[in-house]
Design a protein around this ligand. Sequence first.
Ligand code: ATR
Length: 277
Amino acid sequence: MSILTGLIGYPVAHSKSPAIHEYWIQQQGIDAEYKLYTTPPQRVRQVVKRLRDKGARGFNVTVPHKLAVMEYLDEIDETARDIGAVNTVTFKNGKAIGSNTDGYGFITNLREGVGDLSPYLSKVVILGSGGASRAVLLALIEAGAKEIFLTNRTHESAQTLSSSARDIKKTANIQVVDWEERASCLSEASLLVNATSLGMEHQPPLVLDINQLPTTALVHDIVYAPLKTDLLKQAEARGNRTVDGLGMLLYQAQKAFSLWHGVLPAVTPELRARVQG
Ligand code: ATR
C-alpha cells in the first residue's frame, strides 16, 4: 500500500509542498503520495484522526494550525516545544509526534548559501517576531549568534519572544529595538534577516533604509514570492551578499521527508527550478 503523507492548512491549494515531496518520492523510487487537506480550524481534530486511522506516515502543518494541532498529538519533540509550534507530524509506533523543521530549513538554507556562517554571526538584526521569527531566532542562537537585535512593529511581541528565547537559551544576548528605530540598528550588523511578511506578493512593502548596513553584511529574506524581494535587490545593488528564502521552504521539507521516509533527499537546482516554475 502506498505511504500516505500530506499537508493540512487553511488554505493549502496553492502550496508548493506537493511539488517538492513528489519530486523526491519519484527520485527515491518510493511508493508514496503527498496530499493536500484543506482543513478549516474546527476540523483539525477530525483530520488528524482520519490521517491516523488511515495509517498515514505523517503530515505537514501550515498556517493557521501550527499551534492548534499540538493539542491532538501524543508527543512534541524538544525543538517544536522550544519553538512553540509544530510543522511536521510523524506517526510512529501508534503515536503522533510533533516536530518543527522550520529552524533547520532556515539555517541550512543560510549555510548552503554562504558555506561558513560564522563570519556573519557577530551582530544579527532580525525584523519581525511572528511565527516564523521564533524558529529563525532560536536557530540563530543555536548557530552561535553573539548579539541579536530584534525589531517588530508590535514592540510587545518582540519583548515576549525575546524573553521566552532567553528562558530557553540562557546565554542569548538579545536586544529589542523599536520598529521606528530599525534602520539605526543596522550599523555594524553582520547579518540582516527579514522574517516579516513584508515584501511578499499581495503584502505591503518592507520600508527600510539600509544605508547604515555594512556592505560586508549578509542579507536574507525569508519571503520567497517574489524570489528576489526589493530588500534583496537593494542589498545586491550595493554589494551585499544575499540569500533568498526559497531554500528555507525546501530544507524544512527535506527534514520532514527524512523523518517520514528515513532518507535525506537532495535539494537540487532542478528542484529549485521546478518549485519556482
Ligand atoms: P509568519 O508565520 O509568516 O511569521 P505572522 O506570525 O503573522 O506570520 O507574523 C508576521 C510578521 O510580519 C510579524 O512580525 C508582523 O508584525 P506584528 O507582530 O506587528 O503584526 C509583521 N508584519 C506584518 N504586517 C506588517 C506591517 N504592515 N508592518 C510591519 N510589520 C508587519
